[in-house]
Design a protein around this ligand. Structure first.
Ligand SMILES: C[S@@+](CC[C@H](N)C(=O)[O-])C[C@H]1O[C@@H](n2cnc3c(N)ncnc32)[C@H](O)[C@@H]1O
Length: 310
């Protein structure tokens, strides 16, 4: 099973006597993670429909490389996630999809290998997109992979943060929380001589890009500041973030709340937490509940840049 964050379906398959290997690019308890699914030859590969068309194509290509010649790829998702047009994103490795089940607003599609399938390039690198980005320091070569945040362009909130953030002094220890492909970490590493930069993200594919984009940084796959991989890594002079405010389609401040609550303990005595967030979202009471010094560094368009110190 690829890309299903819940264990519900895996448990049902196991209860019917099947052995299930679960892989997800994001860190989730109870399943394998990493930038690319584990190798193997399976009777079935179940794929939870991902968000972007290119990611659909990428995962289906990886799935095709993991079924034996009589095996099946099973793609499932909801209509408002695009399952009805999923066949448009089918890679040449697979024969056309058949609809196996339509229930409520969801569909289950199945496909076998295309008759002419002779194996494909089963690597993440085959899906790299290389572009040039400029966040104000001149053009920089930048690598993306399908499904990462703000694919191929500089996010306006990230750009705003980088315009107004006052970098810490030489030798600073910096944590880029929710680093994605590493833009904020890289910009700070270039601006702060002798800095140590840590990049944290739960997405193994984003971190794979970040390792190329920010040579010399330390990448941590984690979804909170409590992850054991961060033990002993602080204190930080700067924790900086353009944090996620969605879980699937739902808007939520859950990650921001946890970052704000746990960040204080990881800051050096003069350290700062800097966050860019939509102005309409109630960041102020959250920050004031955990930090004594809180101020707005900039307001621009829909975004507000916050700074907080303990
Ligand atoms: C708004 S994007 C910012 C990416 C990057 N910093 C930039 O500015 O382009 C938020 C990032 O947070 C990551 N993320 C999602 N859940 C997270 C969590 N629980 N903890 C930390 N990061 C998370 C996402 O994978 C995504 O890369």
């Amino acid at each position: 099973m690829m890309g299903d964050s819940t264990p519900v379906l895996a448990r049902a398959l196991e209860a019917s006597g099947r052995t299930v290997t679960r892989w997800h690019r994001f860190l989730h308890e109870g399943q394998e993670t990493g930038p690319w699914p584990p190798a193997g030859s399976f009777d079935q590969v179940w794929v939870r429909l991902p968000r972007s068309a290119r990611e659909v194509r990428m995962l289906l290509t990886a799935a095709a490389a993991r079924i034996h010649p009589e095996g099946r790829v099973i793609l499932y998702g909801a209509k408002d996630e695009g399952i009805r047009s999923a066949d448009n994103h089918r890679p040449p490795a697979l024969a056309p999809f058949h609809t196996a089940l339509v229930k409520r607003r969801c569909r289950v599609l199945t496909a076998t290998l295309a008759a002419a399938y002779a194996g494909g390039d089963d690597t993440l690198e085959a899906w790299a997109t290389d572009v040039t980005l400029d966040w104000g320091a001149g053009p920089r070569a930048w690598r993306y992979f399908p499904g990462v945040f703000s694919h191929g362009r500089l996010d306006p909130a990230t750009a705003m943060l980088l315009r107004h953030l006052d970098p810490p002094g030489p030798g600073a220890r910096i944590l880029d929380y929710g680093a994605g492909t590493g833009i904020i970490g890289r910009a700070l590493m270039e601006r702060v001589p002798g800095s140590t930069v840590h990049l944290l993200d739960p997405d193994a594919i984003a971190l794979h890009a970040a390792r190329t984009n920010v040579p010399g940084a330390f990448a941590v796959q984690a979804s909170s500041l409590e992850h054991p991989a961060l033990a002993g890594r602080g204190p930080y002079d700067l924790i900086v973030s353009n944090p996620p405010i969605h879980e699937g389609k739902r808007e939520t401040l859950g990650v921001v709340e946890s970052l704000v609550a746990r960040g204080a303990a990881l800051l050096a005595p003069t350290g700062r937490l800097v966050l860019v967030i939509q102005r309409r979202l109630p960041a102020e009471p959250l920050l004031r509940s955990a930090y004594s010094a809180t101020r707005v560094l900039a307001d621009e368009g829909p975004f507000r840049l916050w700074e907080a110190g303990v």
